[in-house]
Design a protein around this ligand. Structure first.
Ligand code: PLP
Length: 394
């Protein structure tokens, strides 16, 4: 059943090892976008909110994501960007523990999650503090002062994978609220949100879920706490009755209260089409295939490229679906690789990052990529000055 390359429009001659950053174009997506634009928007105009049921899309897509993450239908709202969803989840979580002041994250968290937390805490001005221990010390740092544990399950640099079940249990035993950022987990590793019992989870859909650049984010709230959530962002589409146009905000009696404003219909439609590639995919089989590809890549690269140091955990059970190598000239090497058809990416200060996405990668791709990497390094192709020009996005 894997890979399903034929479901994607991948450019010829490219081995794409960056689906962890921006998933490729699924075949049905362009057609769906064209239909939404020309038929629905173009012909139906504003009537399309009803005739094409645009207003139902956010929940419909949320349910499809929920199915991939072991969450109940109705427990995931979609929209906005992940940064916004982090803000909403953290604010809601802090309100659930008004007597506690410590937010625990880790030093490997993605910058925007920590920036959003800093900004929220500054606004609240109640003396909260955020602590970011080394990921290895995180579990021991949870204590009775911890209001919220807010973690990204898979470290964007190293690929290190937190044990969702164990950490959530530890957080709950200490009386803390748990928030998981699944940016690098959704569509990459099996997730069982309901079983984890975590209060909140957030994530984006343009990475392993292939929703396209700027695709809407998602937020999960555990069904039993939804009614007590006081939304930080009281937008009209999170209102119980948006079109009653009441003066006062009344939150919807569902996860919909975590919606804010008008949904991005074109982008949501693309995501809806992109989710078709998951029909019938067993996440455990996907995980096994991802581990197999990553293990082959590590073995090949370590054999061929002695100057690279593995920056990911060696134990595959402790990695997400990416493998990173540290290399002083990583930026230039990644550019040289891309010039030769192997697309990975670079994360400062020295990480070359490669994502493994078994839906459209196979054994031959991985071996071919490692050979090209060997050539870039052994012939020092990265020395070419053109590979040292820094682009705006790395
Ligand atoms: C990709 C990613 C983001 C991106 O946030 P946006 O608001 O979608 O730009 C945030 N957090 C993590 C952990 C990520 O991996």
């Amino acid at each position: 059943m894997l890979p399903r390359k034929e479901l994607f429009d991948l450019p010829k001659g490219v081995i794409y090892l960056d689906g962890n950053s921006l998933g490729p174009l699924p075949k049905g997506a362009a057609e769906r976008a064209a239909k939404v634009i020309t038929e629905e928007w173009g012909q139906e105009l504003i009537r399309a909110w009803n005739t094409a049921d645009w207003m139902a899309l956010p929940a419909q897509v949320g349910d499809r994501i929920a199915a991939l993450l072991g969450a109940a239908p109705g427990s995931i709202a979609t929209g906005d960007t992940l940064s916004i969803k982090v803000f909403q989840a953290l604010d809601a979580a802090l309100r659930m523990r008004p007597d506690r002041r410590i937010i625990l994250s880790d030093s490997g968290n993605f910058p925007t999650d920590l920036y959003m937390a800093d900004g929220l805490l500054k606004n609240l001005d109640k003396g909260h503090q955020i602590r970011t221990p080394d990921p290895a010390d995180l579990a021991d740092a949870i204590d009775k002062d911890t209001a919220v544990v807010m973690l990204t399950q898979v470290d964007y640099r190293t690929g290190r994978l937190h044990d969702m079940q164990a950490i959530t249990e530890k957080a709950h035993a200490a009386g803390a609220v748990m928030i998981w950022d699944l940016a690098h987990s959704a569509g990459a590793v099996p997730v069982d949100l309901a079983r984890s019992h975590a209060e909140f989870a957030v994530g984006c859909t343009y990475k392993y879920l292939n929703g396209g650049p700027g695709a809407p984010a998602f937020i999960y709230a555990r069904p039993d706490i939804v009614d007590s959530i006081e939304p930080a962002l009281c937008g009209w589409l999170g209102h119980e009755a948006p079109f009653a146009m009441e003066r006062d905000y009344r939150p919807a009696k569902s996860t919909e209260r975590l919606r804010v404003g008008t949904p991005s219909v074109v982008q949501l439609s693309i995501l809806d089409a992109a989710l078709d590639v998951w029909t019938g995919v067993d996440m455990h089989a996907l995980r096994a295939a991802s581990i197999e590809l990553s293990e082959i890549f590590i073995a090949e690269v370590e054999r061929r490229c002695p100057s690279l140091a593995l920056a990911s955990p060696r134990d595959p059970e402790q990695r997400g679906s990416q493998v990173s190598f540290a290399f002083e000239q990583g930026y230039a090497a990644v550019q040289a690789l891309a010039d030769r058809g192997v697309i990975g990416d670079f994360r400062a200060p020295n990480i070359m990052r490669f994502g493994f996405t078994p839906l459209y990668l196979d054994h031959d791709d991985v071996v071919a990529a490692s050979k090209i990497l060997e050539d870039v390094l052994s012939a020092e192709r990265w020395r070419d000055p053109k590979y040292h020009v820094k682009s705006r996005v790395t």
